[in-house]
Design a protein around this ligand. Structure first.
Ligand code: LLP
Length: 425
């Protein structure tokens, strides 16, 4: 359940009044608050869409790497899609089964490949090969470790960018994208993988882009991948899985026709049509598991009214949540308390403290008398993980709720600590 209002008009998440957290001097703002119960329920709902068919929900850890969240998803039986050696270590430390970890990324270093190959008895579930050139590198690292590395081939499905209903920065399955083995190179890549003594090809996958709100491009991409998998099996190669990728959109306020389970259902339909529905189906959702179950709390610092312009300055900025600045993304902003006396609405341009004009969360209707504090909604994915300390600002606090109480939280670094860390030399 995302945020709701209690009878007193206070915004709540996971049964906790958010104003109580924001105004607690030990917590303060800016603070990310997450509902672990709702994140677990989101994973259960998605897994149910597979109807008992063999599958792995490989949570794209990049969306939110916080231990309590990765642990909650691992406890629901999720695997992980990681994109760095460090994310791999987080997934392992949080109890994700190594067999259910896939590792994507176009420029994995030798050290990162070695780490992935060294995990457990057989290495992780699959290193996702993103280019022909990477195959020889994986083979060499596996040979050096005296092992065979399981790999899956991430294919660039060549889905035209203008058919994607998402921002160009996060469309990844078109010809200009650096991701995946181009379809024209798949045959050569498969042949090379088969000649490589320390590489075992176990799957095929694709990831067409992120925040996609209808299933068409996802189905098109899955169809391309599954056709390749079917052909290869027909030639006698045994595979373990196909991976349809992540990218399931959420409703940031403008609607999202497709629910996460719909992407699973269209991928399964394509799998059946290709006659490969005995293979496990992997999906790699990040955002849809966590975004709606996290908010960023901010305090209003002051208004600024000049001529007919009205700005509301808050203490969270683009360093805490960069999505509006980077992708012109809109996140709803709502007051932590509704006060009947403040019934007059006004349009405010909500901005942060960072010295850039792009530090701008857009125009929002809030009370004419500025609220004391606000929540930026749907901030659970690609919020904290993309945060920085730009302008000498401490990273925001992260606070995790379970069963209507605080399960854990991080501490805010002081200005002194930041200044000490930078005044070296
Ligand atoms: N698998 C691969 C290979 C990916 O590259 C990604 C995301 C995912 C899975 C998960 O996609 P999701 O289900 O979360 O959409 N920072 C951007 C999103 C970047 C996504 C990058 N890749 C944003 O804030 O919208």
């Amino acid at each position: 359940m995302p945020t709701t209002r209690d009878r007193a008009g206070r915004l709540t998440l996971g049964g906790v009044a958010l104003a109580d957290l924001a105004r607690d001097p030990a917590i303060g703002t800016p603070t990310y608050v997450y509902d672990l119960d709702a994140i677990g329920a989101e994973a259960r709902e998605l897994r149910a869409a597979f109807d008992g068919a063999p599958h792995v929900v490989a949570y794209a850890v990049k969306a939110n790497t916080a231990g309590p969240i990765v642990r909650a998803l691992a406890a629901e039986g999720c695997g992980a899609d990681v994109v760095s050696g460090a994310e791999l270590l987080v997934a392992l430390a949080c109890g994700v089964a190594p067999d259910h970890i896939v590792y994507s990324g176009v420029a994995k270093t030798d050290d990162e490949l070695t780490r992935a190959i060294a995990v457990g008895q057989r290495g992780i579930g699959a290193i996702q090969i993103e280019s022909v050139e990477e195959i020889a590198r994986v083979d060499a690292r596996a040979r050096a470790a005296g092992r065979t590395a399981r790999v899956s081939m991430r294919i660039n499905p060549s889905v035209a960018i203008d058919t994607m209903d998402t921002h160009a920065h996060i469309a990844t399955g078109h010809d200009e994208a650096k991701f995946g083995v181009p379809r024209a190179d798949v045959a050569a890549a498969v042949a090379l993988a088969q000649r490589s003594a320390h590489v075992e090809l176990v799957g095929f996958g694709a990831h067409v882009g992120s925040q996609i709100t209808t299933t068409d491009a996802y189905a098109e991409s899955a169809r391309a991948v599954f056709a390749i998998a079917r052909e290869l099996r027909a030639s006698g190669v045994s595979l373990a899985f196909v991976d349809a990728g992540g990218g399931f959109g959420i409703d940031y306020g403008d609607g999202c026709p497709a629910r996460p389970g719909d992407f699973v259902r269209v991928a399964r339909a394509e799998q059946r049509a290709a006659g490969i529905d005995d293979l496990a189906l992997y999906v790699e959702p990040g955002r849809s598991l966590v975004a709606a179950h996290g908010v960023l709390l901010a305090s209003v610092v002051q208004p600024k009214i000049a001529a007919d312009r009205r700005w509301l300055m808050i203490d969270a900025g683009m360093n805490d949540l960069i999505r509006p600045a980077l992708y012109q993304a809109r996140h709803r902003i709502v007051p932590l308390e509704l006060d009947a006396r403040d019934a007059d609405n006004a349009e405010w341009r909500v901005v942060g403290p960072v010295c850039e004009s792009s530090d701008d969360f857009g125009v929002h209707a809030l009370s004419a008398k500025p609220p004391r504090d606000v929540a930026i909604l749907d901030a659970g994915a690609y919020g904290f993980t993309m945060a920085s300390q730009y302008n000498g600002r401490a990273l925001p606090v992260e606070l995790f709720l379970r069963g209507g109480a605080i399960a854990s939280r991080t501490e805010r670094a002081s200005a002194e600590a930041w200044a000490r860390s930078r005044s070296f030399g």
